[in-house]
Design a protein around this ligand. Structure first.
Ligand code: NAD
Length: 362
């Protein structure tokens, strides 16, 4: 069997961790008898400088053709500059479900002993829709007049405004994905995360949609939590939770919190899944201060590649690679700085150790 997979290295530590994952997948493919033909495509800051676009059309075309991509993190300027390439990619490919597991690996230092959570984040709507109105523009002033007239509320004239669209379609679709995921992975409970007490229409509609879908899955437990309480509950007793289904923004924040429970961003993988395509990437960003120093933890990107191998049906390779990662971390001798402050190795050495542990030649 041969697979053609798009590989986007990204910015900052992106190329270091994506090459680490590539090396592990190549070793796994050699051991389990399948081929991976990587199609390396540009996106991000470097692509902007070199090709005049931070998300070139050829890169999108490659993912559309290959259907599967592995991606390193991409820098997004804060406050001004280009919009997030990551958000753009997810919207253009309609990768509506962001699956973010947070499972404690033995050997990772954590305040907790029993964490095994899956955050399922809606990936296309909410405040991430990118519908924003800048302060001082005519469009913003018109929008303020419209909103004031229709709600009777006052909005300061020097405001900027971001819209938060949440649809029945989007909410039902992510709810169905979460319950199907729970069923397929023998999970017991889905918790909907929201702030419907304050945002009665947008979050209220999300909650109502998830509640409706939940009725079709009587074998899976269902409950809901207000997002602020959810954060507190996760910090105090994460073992009480299983699958969390969230609108876009809360999903982003809550999943970073969950990654903190299991050792930090260096070990947190994710999958962006749609009807037609899937893009696998670590949760973490481009961590510019660590870039080019051979010190970033490759685990998050390698575990994202594990999710990718499962997705394409190479379950044995996925299990072997995951086992090798877990074993190297459990031994704790050849791991990066974030996993062992006293004794650590670089990104490259940890990756080679994972390949060796899997029985490959590094
Ligand atoms: P970040 O995740 O890049 O880094 C935050 C901190 O987490 C780092 O300083 C480091 O201490 C730690 N960390 C992250 N990854 C690590 C790894 N692999 N190994 C060891 N430690 C690691 O978050 P940030 O600094 O807020 O964002 C930097 C840039 O990345 C921003 O431009 C942001 O927009 C972008 N970003 C991209 C993605 C993506 O591509 N999907 C996701 C998040 C942030």
């Amino acid at each position: 069997m041969a697979y053609k997979i798009t590989l986007i290295h990204g910015d900052g530590i992106g190329p270091e961790v994506s090459r680490a994952a590539q090396m592990c997948v190549d070793a796994a493919s050699e051991r389990f008898g399948f081929d991976v033909d990587w199609e390396e495509m540009p996106a991000g800051e470097e692509a902007g400088k070199r090709y005049g676009s931070v998300l070139p059309e050829e890169t999108l075309k490659s993912v559309r053709e290959n259907k599967v991509a592995l991606k390193g993190p991409i820098t997004t300027p804060i406050g001004s500059g280009f919009r997030s390439v990551n958000v753009d990619l997810r919207q253009k490919l309609d990768l509506f479900a962001n699956v973010r597991p947070a499972k404690l690996i033995p050997g990772v230092e954590s305040r907790y002993s029993d964490v095994d959570l899956i955050v399922i984040r809606e990936n296309t709507e909410d405040l991430y829709a990118g519908i924003e109105f800048d302060e001082g523009t005519k469009a913003t002033s018109d929008l303020i007049s419209f909103a004031e007239k229709n709600t009777g509320k006052r909005i300061r004239k020097d405001s900027a405004i971001s819209l938060k669209p949440i649809s029945i379609f989007g909410s039902r679709r992510i709810a169905k994905f979460a319950f199907d995921y729970a069923k397929a992975n023998k999970r017991k409970k889905v918790t909907a995360v929201h702030k419907a007490n304050i945002m009665k229409y947008s979050d209220g509609l999300f909650l109502k949609s998830v509640q409706d879908v939940a009725k079709k899955y009587p074998s899976i437990g269902f409950e809901d939590r207000i997002v602020d309480n959810m954060c507190m509950q996760l910090v105090i007793k994460p073992e009480l939770y299983d699958v969390l289904v969230c609108p876009n923004l809360y999903g982003d924040i809550v999943s970073d919190l969950c990654s903190g429970l299991v050792g930090g961003l260096g070990v947190a993988p994710s999958a962006n899944i749609g009807e037609k395509y899937a893009v696998f990437e670590p949760i973490h960003g481009s961590a510019p201060k660590h870039a080019g120093k051979d010190e970033a933890n490759p685990t998050a990107c390698i575990l994202s590649a594990v999710m990718m191998l499962e997705y394409i049906g190479e379950k044995k390779a996925a299990a072997a690679l995951e086992k090798a990662v877990v074993e190297v971390i459990r031994k704790g001798k050849k791991v990066t700085y974030d996993l062992n402050q006293r004794r650590h190795v670089g990104t490259g050495e940890m990756t080679k150790e994972i390949v060796r542990e899997m029985g490959g030649s590094a």
